[in-house]
Structures are given as C-alpha cells and as structure tokens.
Design a protein around this ligand. Sequence first.
Ligand SMILES: *[C@@H]1O[C@H](CO)[C@@H](O)[C@H](O)[C@H]1NC(C)=O
Ligand SMILES: *[C@@H]1O[C@H](CO)[C@@H](O)[C@H](O)[C@H]1NC(C)=O
Ligand SMILES: [Zn+2]
Ligand SMILES: [Zn+2]
Length: 499
Amino acid sequence: MNLLCMTFLTLMKLHQSPAGASPLRIPAAPPQPPAGPSEADQKFAEEYLHLFYGYQPKPDRRKRAAASRDDSDQTMGFCHKVKKMQRFFGLTPDGKLSEETLTVMKKPRCGLSDVEPYGGAVRWRKRTISYRIAGENLPFPASRTHKAVRRALKLWSSVSLIRFRRREAKEADVSIAFFSGAVFSADHGDGSPFSGKGGALAHAFLPGLGIGGDVHFDSEEEWTLNSTGISLPVVAAHEFGHALGLSHSPDPGSIMYPAYNFAPSLELSFDDVKSIQHLYGENPNFHLQSLKSPPPKTPDKCDPDLSFDAVTELQQEVVFFKDRFMWRKHPSFVETRITLISSLWSDSVPSHLDAVYENVEKNVILFFKGDQYWKVQHLILQEGFPRNISDLGFPSRIKSVDAALHFRNDRYTVFFTGHECWRYNELRAVMEGSPMLIEQQWLEIPFPLDAAVFYEGFVNFFKGNKQYKYDFGQNRIVSVSRANDLMDCEMGKSNKHIS
Ligand SMILES: *[C@@H]1O[C@H](CO)[C@@H](O)[C@H](O)[C@H]1NC(C)=O
Ligand SMILES: *[C@@H]1O[C@H](CO)[C@@H](O)[C@H](O)[C@H]1NC(C)=O
Ligand SMILES: [Zn+2]
Ligand SMILES: [Zn+2]
C-alpha cells in the first residue's frame, strides 16, 4: 500500500526580479519525476519509522469496513512520523518519501530509536565500570579489537570522572559482543535482530543490571580500524555513550548523532563533553587539555560572527555550507535546520567547500574545493570526478575559486577568484574570453568573496559575517546585513539547541 501524504506547499513565485533586473529566469523543467516511492521503499520506510520513530501501523486496517477514514488516520500518522524524521535529519519536513528522504533512511545507523524516552538521567551510580569482550565473531584478532574498544572508551574517560576496568569474568557492567543476524539466529536474545550489512550497525542498553550497559555490534558489517568502511572505534564510541546513559542527539556534530557519521577523526564534540560531564563530572586533566585543543563546536546558525564557505540555490531552496555542515532554507518552511553534507551526498563530496552551484537545466550540482570539482546528479557522484578545475578553462595560476553564481536563464556561470571574475558558458562548456576585474563588473562588492547566490531577484554576496544585497538593474549594493540574515534567528537569541 502506498500512503500518499497530503502536502501543504504553496505555489511560490520562483524568481521575483525587480523591473529592469537582467537575470530574468524561467522555471526550469522539474528534474525529479513526481512518481511516488516504490512498494519496496514504502515497506522499508514503514519499518524504519516503526523501529526509530515509534510508528505503529494498524494491522487490522484491511479487515475494517468503511476503511477510508481509518486509512486517512493511518496516512496522517505515517506523514507525521516522516516529518519527524525529516526534522531530525535537517531535511525539508514535507512528509513525503522523497528520493533524499529515502537516501537518508538507508544510511547505516545506530539501532536505537531517535524518539524513545530515555528516562533523562539514567546513569551508573559508581565511577568505575567493568567491561568485557565476548570472544566470538570478532572482526579483528582479539588484541586489535580490544585496542579499538579501549580507544573508544578512553574518549569518555578522558573528559569525565568515569573509569573503565577490563574483566575476563562472564559478568561485567558492560558486556561487548558481536552478533551475526543471518548466520546463527535471527534474534540474539534481546528481541532486536541485526539486518546484515548496512542498516543498524550496533545497539546498546542504558546503564542498569543484567543486559543494562551492554553493547552489541553487527558482525556482518565491514568493520575497519581506520576511516574507510565502517569504523569500529567511531561506532563503539557512540554505543558506549548509550551504555553510559546518553541518548541520541540531533546535533550532527555530536558523536551521539544516530546516523553513521563520516567524521574525519575520532573525537567528542563540545556538546558530547558537556553531556557526559553533566552525568559524571569533569576530569580535572581535561581542563588543561581543552585549553590546548578545545573540543569542536558545531557551528551555530545564529552566531553573529557566522560566515559561510559556499551558498547555492538548490531547486527552490537556498543551501548554506560551513565546514562539514549545511543549512537548507526552503521557501515554504520557516525553520532552517542544520545537517551534514555527508548525510545527503555521502562522503563523495568533501567538507570545507569553496563554492557550489546547481545547473538546473542539466540537473547537476557542482562542488568546488581547491583545484578540484565534483559533479553530482541524483545524489550520486558522476564518473570521473573529482576533476581538475583547469578542465573548465582556468589557467594553472588559478588554484581555487571563491564563489560561483549560476545564471539559469542565460546558461552561464560567473566564477569569482580573488579580484577577478570569469564567465563560463554552460551551453558550449567553455570559459568566455579573459577574466574581468570584479571592481569593474560588480561595483562596490568586496573581494575575495566567500559565496554568492541569487535570492529573490537580487544577488547576495557573502564575505566574513556580512552579506551584500546587490541590485543587478541599478548595478549597486542596496543593503548590507549579517551573513546569517536569512536564517530564522530571533534577534539576539541563539537557537543553537535544536529541540
Ligand atoms: C583501512 O583498513 C582496512 C582493513 O581494516 C585496510 O584494508 C585498508 O587498507 C586500510 N586503509 C588505510 C588507508 O589505511
Ligand atoms: C590541476 O591542474 C593544475 C594545472 O594543470 C596542476 O598544476 C595541478 O597540480 C592539478 N591538480 C591536481 C590535483 O591534479
Ligand atoms: Zn545510538
Ligand atoms: Zn542486541
């Protein structure tokens, strides 16, 4: 059965250009076919929402007479859960099983729910926790597996007053085991079978007696000890967070974010550190350490000093990039939520980008970093990419681009590099002529730029924590505001914590 969601999207004026403004733009052909999700995807999504968002399909639905009302209840319940999941992951909360919603659902993740009440302050009443690793199904020789586990435990013990002690006996506070879903038995004794490769990677139990504090890994994943494949230390660090009493965090910079995070390094974020210290107190050694290398903070969209790496139009949205994060602003939804670049485009697209633009006509997105660029279509990196930006016609003295501005109607893109700008003809795929000076082409705008994007008929240029609204018709800046002016921030109020 296909549960179709009602949508309340209002038709919007795509591009309101002021009179005389030259970038008149036609709506491009919709790149995504409006076909609904397949039966298999629908089933998958129902199961996913059941496991992680408490969705309860009504099994007796078909038996009932006059099912229409019932069905609409069911649909409302389903859409509500889809929206909940979309909000959690920073997707457009339209309640629809879009290609990107399904893509995010299919990412490897933790097997614990994102909404279950975790009871708030469940924690161990002692400071020294014993652990043991069951010997079966280990992904690596025992000594290397132990080393990976120790690395993950140490993350938590080095910032808080918790201590871990390894024990050989059968009983330990935290029993760590690897279970295979398919080979031995579907269920390894706790009612939550693993699904084989992909899907849930591991799960854990909150502090308590018996199974409390235990951590189970799916032995069928491709575990690694480095940043390729699924990193055992990274997943273990997340699960030990649960074993110590932490629940899932909607902060994509947190190690307690439920989706497997293609984080470049194994480290706790500022919020992880605060959460564990709240439960167990601060390790006195941590204070000195943190002065030298403070734990990373997730960028705050309402930080008055926020700057962006790149900004682009994407369909009807505006997307703001910063480090490994992005915010998406949809015209029909007030909230702009943070998510990981990798949650959508996997790890094929790098973090700390220089420039991004969407070519609507060709339905591709181009990402620039250093002297390379990546081309993505339908969320998938195209073959042969990344490529060298010299392929686009830049001379070898150009090592990177600062910003890219795509003109949908006129089918060209302006690249900004230092004090120069370049015009790239998208139809003929060539750079037109020689570069121009920014100060002659775009009066008064600062350079080098951080980002540029069309927004409501103006061009918005970004540099540092400022945004310059440029009127194409008058050829001048009409207003200057904070770079994060388009975020839904109340003045003077920080919305860092996503509720
Ligand atoms: C990462 O580990 C895997 C197996 O654990 C190994 O095959 C691969 O070569 C390693 N990669 C790097 C870059 O060290
Ligand atoms: C890209 O091309 C330039 C100029 O040909 C060259 O200097 C540079 O090394 C190339 N970069 C990469 C990553 O191959
Ligand atoms: Zn988890
Ligand atoms: Zn289990």
